[in-house]
Design a protein around this ligand. Structure first.
Ligand SMILES: [Zn+2]
Length: 210
């Protein structure tokens, strides 16, 4: 982390970034780092009936605002859920453009053992697009049978509270068990115990360049 100032979070779907590193984003914002957040689907096809197609876009705007990401630092794409593989080349080109536009020095993306097919596409294309940039993989335990905890970001309670508050903005998704505040807190406490901190989020080091 040390000298990293411009951070880009790659989220396959809305909420993946907040779930994987919401606490760390809150800490980065506190430390004055510049955070950009790119979501590759606003999942308009996986919403419950009766909800407006831009529901998740609005929820993402609210959630990232709580974490302290300025709205102008969001980049939204609209690929179909579970279909990213068909758009692999377009996604790669989007990432290359993001790299040119934002010139980030640290990337967060789904970890190498994530089983979700869209997450795997973002992982692989991310590694291709950001060859010369440090990359950390984030943890989404319901998608990972294995996870290499090779990096930890220590957090304070205030960061975890912000993460939980941000995730509550996903009102259309509250039936999902991983959005439960006890789970979010419990995982952060478990990761914290591993590094003698009250709370933490864990990451897989995919590439570290200093
Ligand atoms: Zn996802």
């Amino acid at each position: 982390m040390i000298n990293k100032k411009r951070i880009l979070v790659l989220a396959p779907h809305t909420d993946d970034g907040e779930l994987g590193l919401g606490g760390s984003i809150a800490r980065f914002v506190d430390e004055g780092k510049e955070i950009y957040y790119a979501a590759f689907s606003i999942c308009r096809n996986s919403l419950e009936e009766g909800l407006s197609p831009d529901t998740l876009e609005k929820e993402l705007n609210n959630a990232t605002k709580i974490l302290g990401i300025p709205p102008e630092n969001l980049r939204l794409f609209d690929y179909n859920v579970r279909n990213f593989n068909s758009y692999r080349q377009n996604i790669l080109e989007d990432m290359v453009k993001l790299k040119k536009e934002l010139n980030p020095d640290l990337i967060f993306l789904p970890c190498s053992t994530d089983l979700h097919q869209d997450h795997q596409v973002i992982h692989n294309e991310g590694l291709r697009s950001f060859r010369d940039i440090s990359i950390l993989g984030y943890e989404l335990p319901w998608n990972n049978l294995n996870f290499q905890t090779s990096c930890f970001i220590k957090l304070k309670e205030v960061h975890i509270l912000k993460k939980a508050k941000a995730l509550k903005e996903y009102k259309s998704q509250l039936h999902r068990s991983y959005l439960n505040e006890n789970f979010i807190r419990g995982l952060a406490i478990s990761r914290g115990v591993q590094v003698n901190s009250e709370f933490a989020e864990a990451f897989e080091v995919l590439k570290f360049i200093y």
